[in-house]
Design a protein around this ligand. Sequence first.
Ligand SMILES: *Cc1c(COP(=O)(O)O)cnc(C)c1O
Length: 359
Amino acid sequence: MISYGSQYLEDDDIEAVVGVLRSAHLTQGPAVERFEEALVASTGARFAVAFSSGTAALHGAMQAAGLGPSDRVVTSPLSFVASANSARYVGAEVAFVDIDPSTLNLDLAAVPACDAVVVVHYAGLPADLRALSERPRVVIEDAAHALGAHTPDGPVGNCAHSDMCAFSFHPVKVITTGEGGAVTTNSCELAERLRRFRNHGIHDRGSGAPWYYAIDDLGYNYRLSDVHAALGVSQMRKLRRFLERRQALADRYHAAFVGTSIIRAPRAGGGFSHANHLYAVRVANRDDVAAELRQSGIATQVHYIPIYRHRLYEGGHDPHLFPATEEAFPKLLSLPLFPGLTEDAQDRVIEALVQVDGG
Ligand SMILES: *Cc1c(COP(=O)(O)O)cnc(C)c1O
């Protein structure tokens, strides 16, 4: 079975992890700092704070921004549920705005007055934050798909038009730590709040007796272990190679579907570059197509069930308010795309899809 996404691990990744296992520190050692330094170097942000998952990173960003029960947070309905749940964790109210069908990203020009917006870079194509009609108090990027993508103002994660940017390092994402996430920011104050939040609220370790620490606010254990961080350091060295491979595979899909009824994935233009986490086409009879591909040994995925369709978000979110999301969702199908996908395997996917869709 060809999967839709998969990690790409090499011997040196495995050696990096084994190195930590043979060292004195499995957690709270030096690997997390090295991973954060690699993220700073790659994104150009001043600070990076590693978390145990992308979801924990988003929760940290909400908390650090001071969002709470009286606040309204707008996000895209075409995302993983964590983009919205993280606002619920701090008691904020979630509102959705429809997508722009040409990019499948949140239609930023349509975002109404609100306290915060969570901008998801769907599939790895950066949303153009300059299009935000009115900048709310807090702008958080959910860049779980978009590590390594660029905007005209530099790499995603440099927070040129946001307060914080969250990443995920789940195995299907652009690089992996097994489970893991991070927030980048240019604010020293936000970075400090993020660090406290991921470690029980603990701070001020150095100023008293050796056993002393202070806790002023409620925190969590959202730390990334050194075992995971060492994998991240090793994977970050391969980021450019992974992105090139993903781009080449996306280009092959793009060329192969010319002249078919398959609606191809949105491309980057105007000074933006794509991280190609997903290659999501739109096809008629999507469920039949997916079933036939599965018969041919090809796994696909649907990104995503619109968040307002989940029972957790029912009430106050009428699907008719999201015509572009409702139009796209029944057709969306993510095709296999990961660095280890061979051209032969991709050709099998292309042939099978063109045949199913045409016949
Ligand atoms: C993967 C993902 C997350 C959550 O990341 P985890 O590391 O799995 O917790 C959040 N938002 C989006 C858009 C994602 O794809």
